[in-house]
Write a protein that binds this ligand. Structure first.
Ligand SMILES: [Zn+2]
Ligand SMILES: [Zn+2]
Length: 169
């Protein structure tokens, strides 16, 4: 789906913007809606460098208050493609580059966009930095207001002192 035509491309820097349904790239939960991918391609005599950044809206669940919230997760990657006439010979030569034939027509980015998007999903999610979470006693979402649990509760160890105080009054 995301293919960049590289045959007959002269040396230089190129910008591409792609947009479409995340599901068309086989990107699913927690992602929803559309993806937006910006690609910067640099073409040289013997190589192509691709820098891609993707943003996709995700439907996440807050670890503290268990509410669903939406957030755009960004992911990016850089691929280095080296031109090689005889790709078989070059296999295993270098792990961090991709060998392509100089006559390659198109570079397909679907799989990389998908793989990096999946890796970018955070392990921990908070609906906001200062999410107050749930009351451990009654389970009320404290972002929506306070419950009555904590205020009236007195640590039993302080009870005698509390009584003394009220006597002195
Ligand atoms: Zn929360
Ligand atoms: Zn409570």
């Amino acid at each position: 789906m995301i293919k960049i035509k590289v045959s007959n491309l002269s040396n230089g820097r190129y910008d591409y913007d792609f947009e479409g349904k995340a599901s068309d790239l086989e990107i699913y939960e927690p992602y929803i809606g559309n993806f937006v991918t910006n690609v910067v391609l640099s073409k040289f005599d013997n190589q192509i460098i691709i820098d891609a950044e993707t943003g996709i809206k995700a439907n996440l669940i807050c670890d503290r208050c268990a509410n669903e919230f939406h957030s755009v997760i960004k992911s990016n990657f850089r691929n280095v493609y080296l031109f090689r006439v005889n790709i078989k010979d070059a296999e295993g030569e270098k792990e961090d580059v991709i060998f392509i034939h100089p006559d390659t027509d198109k570079i397909d980015l679907d799989k990389d966009i998908r793989d990096y998007a999946v890796l970018a999903v955070p392990m921990k999610n908070l609906c906001s930095e200062d999410c107050k979470g749930l009351c451990p006693k009654c389970g009320k979402n404290l972002n929506e207001g306070l419950c009555n649990c904590n205020e009236e509760e007195i640590d039993p160890r302080w009870e005698p002192i509390q009584k003394l105080k009220s006597k002195n009054k």
